[in-house]
Design a protein around this ligand. Structure first.
Ligand code: ASP
Length: 340
């Protein structure tokens, strides 16, 4: 059996933070200080190495350039390591996990993101268990292949598919959920993987796509939203894609003004996508009168994608320079396990 070798990629986040002496606000420290707090890492009977982004950040500052930095580290070390663990702030972890899932074509190794709600230096930190279990998951093999061959998030005893996850709790240790997809594994005394099938062999070459468009925006609807503000957004120069966060199963106001604005944006080539504000369930354009018109004018459905997945997918697809019709087709199709 291949001996596991795991690369930790430190990007910042609470797990590696310390309180500033003057303001008392938490800010990232270096990965050397972080490791000093988890001596247990040296007890794994396989290699665990660590690299850091040049400037560790609070994940609220995460941007596509960091996704590219992380992806390049993985790309350069892909053959050398059997699995990767990314230490990341929880605030935007679901966005990074979604973005990486789209960037990585034919991924056949585990890429596990984890972090914590309390810094590793705090006595009650959740970071120790999260990190050690994430390493164990990244190293887990069955029939000489990694059990997990995708981008996933490990947090507080559960492993979630990355592009199905969302942060829903800023207070409790259980911060994540994947409302439209079952958990991949649960850590108790043993780590239980829910797919008992032998891991698949993907013979195709691992490819990394590095381009994202930032010519996208989202509009969260609410009763009483000002149409003239929507008009201003939809008339932005260079705007290529919009996620409309709708009500329930994809419903929206159907007054002439609102529908007219969407229609003229679509006519100008702007791709308008419908994603529900509800965490669980799916957009179903046509179920109600308040959504059938959206379907008719060419708004495309985000089905049951999380917002994080939908926006990063749109940024990714437009970033590839595909035609509008290809972006629309792929957006509605399951390309990395993100919908359905
Ligand atoms: N603000 C922190 C971050 O996302 C929160 C965390 O790590 O949990 O970097």
């Amino acid at each position: 059996m291949t001996k596991p070798a795991i690369l930790l990629i430190y990007t910042g986040g609470t797990i590696g933070m310390m309180a500033d002496k003057i303001s008392n606000a938490l800010k990232p420290i270096s990965h050397h200080n972080l490791l000093q707090n988890i001596p247990e890492i040296s007890k794994f009977n396989f290699e665990v190495d660590i690299v850091s982004l040049p400037n560790p950040i609070d994940s609220s500052e995460m941007a596509p350039k960091h996704w590219v930095e992380i992806a390049e580290i993985i790309g350069n070390k892909y053959e050398q390591y059997t699995g990767f663990v990314i230490l990341h702030g929880s605030d935007t972890m679901a966005y990074t996990a979604s973005a990486l899932s789209f960037m990585f074509e034919n991924l056949s190794k585990p890429v596990i993101l984890t972090g914590s709600q309390l810094p590793i230096g705090f006595i009650r930190s959740d970071g120790r268990e999260n990190l050690l279990s994430a390493i164990e998951i990244a190293a887990a093999h069955r029939k000489n292949r990694p059990i997990i061959q995708e981008v996933a998030i490990y947090f507080e005893y559960y492993l979630y598919r990355g592009n199905r996850s969302t942060k829903f709790n800023a207070e409790q240790f259980e911060a994540f959920d994947s409302p439209n997809y079952p958990v991949l594994a649960e850590a108790g005394v043993n780590i239980r993987y829910f797919d008992n099938l032998p891991p698949k062999h993907n013979p195709n070459k691992f490819v990394i796509h590095k381009h994202f468009s930032n010519e996208v925006i989202s509009i969260k609807l609410f009763p009483g939203i000002n149409s003239s503000y929507i008009k201003t957004i939809l008339s932005l120069e260079n705007l290529k894609g919009v996620i409309i966060e709708t009500f329930g199963s994809g419903n929206a106001p159907i007054n002439e003004m609102f529908i007219g604005l969407l229609k003229s944006a679509i006519a100008r080539g702007v791709i308008i996508c419908n994603v529900s504000q509800c965490l669980k369930g799916s957009v179903n354009q046509g179920q109600y009168e308040t959504s059938i018109i959206l379907e008719k004018i060419g708004v495309i459905s985000g089905h049951n994608m999380t917002f994080e997945s939908a926006i990063t997918k749109l940024m990714y697809l437009i970033g590839q320079g595909y035609s509008n019709s290809k972006v629309k087709t792929l957006f509605q199709k399951n390309i990395r396990g993100e919908l359905g």
